[in-house]
Ligand binder design. Structure first.
Ligand code: PHE
Ligand code: NA
Length: 436
């Protein structure tokens, strides 16, 4: 059977944007920004996105389009056999990330349902009630059921294939995310506390960067890769379904621009909500956004509707990302072992579900997996891939990039040198700081 392809250019771009925009932008970005000192972190992160994230996205795109294969097959074809171990690293990382990603996405689904059935008023009366609510959502049977439900949705989309599964789904989901998010930001603007919230969000303290750079650098690098879905082969896989040759740099620019704009807009949503409820963004970690936001939704006008829409929007964003991770795993089974799409998706879905079960039992597993996957696995994956493309497969990569763009006075050569040295050095330093 011929390998599937995207039906349209828009379909490919929306799929990649759908993958990029997810819990990384909405759940992870605000709490990492809070933990790492607010807008000082934001500046380092933005610099990393432009200087490291954009070239690294192109690296994955050229590898995928060149080989038309899953990450393991792609690296084996372009390099020698040993490079395929980097592909195995990607597949392993995908399993780990999807397992906890699905659990957290399940919490957002659960909070959407709570908005419909009960509202968030319980959290207003006392913060302990909000904590207790989060505890009951995040662990135990509820958590397990919504993790299962989320994985069923992911499997259903992937089983339906590239065009009628992923492409149809993202054409609905991505515009919905953008419209809902802009609506929520506009609502946030109407709140009295918005001025104070914007001031908090947008005034960088450079002293913080100088003081904490050993933790800001790896956190910013990890977040840059996580948010752009880099370092585990998602963008290799999606580009492998490009049947035609178009300008990859242009597509990458659109994807990076939209993901970054959405992360920044999320700050304009979340911070006004918190300030309106008299809360200050703290560093309470993974659960904090749930606890403080439900308290905020209990406080602000029309909070129940706003909250329900917010949680649903995050659930959609998580779904459009999770499908891209399962597609990496499925493409590996399909290309390398000739497994059919439907059994591949279903079998992998069950395996990922099982792997996520410990997270529904105790949240320490979430922190461990997230930290390990994000500051080590993704960064290591991105580093090895940059070394491979920059130093081993550079001729093929440059030639592939220039297809659809042209030579443009050495643009391809400049990109290869950016990948060879700055990307490799920054990523290696971040990895080192993340490990020690
Ligand atoms: N980019 C996604 C997000 O921001 C997460 C993700 C990471 C998706 C790695 C795929 C691969 O939520
Ligand atoms: Na993202």
């Amino acid at each position: 059977m011929a390998r599937e392809t995207w039906a349209t250019r828009v379909g490919f771009i929306l799929a990649a944007v759908g993958s990029a925009v997810g819990l990384g932008n909405i759940w992870r970005f605000p709490f990492i920004t809070g933990q790492e000192g607010g807008s000082a972190f934001l500046l380092v992160y933005l610099a990393f996105i432009a200087l490291i994230g954009f070239p690294a996205l192109l690296v994955e795109f050229v590898v995928g389009r060149r080989t038309e294969l899953n990450p393991v097959g792609a690296l084996q074809e372009l390099g020698s056999g040993a490079w395929r171990y980097v592909g195995y690293l990607f597949v392993a990382t995908g399993f780990i990330i999807l397992s906890y990603y699905s659990v957290v996405a399940g919490w957002f689904l659960r909070y959407t349902v709570i908005g419909v059935t009960d509202g968030y008023a319980a959290g207003a009366a006392d913060p302990e009630a909000a904590e207790a609510l989060f505890g009951s959502v995040a662990t135990g049977l509820d958590s397990l059921l919504f993790h299962a439900l989320f994985m069923v949705l992911v499997v259903a989309i992937i089983a339906a294939g590239i065009r009628s599964g992923i492409e149809v789904a993202v054409k609905v989901m991505v515009p919905a995310i953008i419209v809902l998010l802009i609506g929520l930001a506009a609502y946030g603007f109407t709140l009295d506390a918005s001025a104070e919230a914007y001031a908090y969000y947008l005034s960088p303290d450079f002293g913080v960067i100088a003081e904490n750079w050993t933790s800001i650098l790896p956190a910013a690098a990890g977040q840059a890769f996580f948010t752009l879905s880099l370092g585990m082969g998602v963008m290799i896989t999606y580009a492998s379904y490009l049947g035609e040759d178009r300008n990859l740099a242009e597509d990458a620019g659109i994807i990076v621009g939209l993901d970054t704009a959405i992360a920044v807009i999320v700050g304009f949503v979340v911070f006004p909500f918190l300030f309106a409820a008299g809360l200050t963004p703290g560093d309470g970690g993974a659960g904090e956004i749930f606890v403080s936001l439900t308290a905020a939704f209990a406080e602000i006008p029309a909070g129940r509707v706003i909250g329900t829409v917010f949680f649903a929007m995050v659930g959609i964003a998580a779904l459009s990302s999770a499908i891209s991770i399962l597609e990496v795993l499925a493409s590996y089974l399909m290309d390398e072992f000739g497994v059919d799409r439907v059994p591949a998706a279903a079998g992998l879905g069950v395996a990922v579900f099982v792997l996520g079960v410990p997270v529904t039992v105790d949240l320490v597993f979430l922190d461990l997996l997230d930290l390990f996957a994000d500051s080590i696995l993704l960064v290591l994956g991105a580093l090895l891939l940059a070394l491979f493309v920059g130093w081993v497969a550079s001729d093929a990569a440059r030639e592939e990039l220039e297809i659809g763009i042209g030579d443009l006075g050495g643009l391809g050569e400049a990109w290869i040198w950016v990948v060879r040295i700055p990307v490799v050095v920054v990523v290696a330093v971040s990895l080192y700081l993340g490990v020690v």
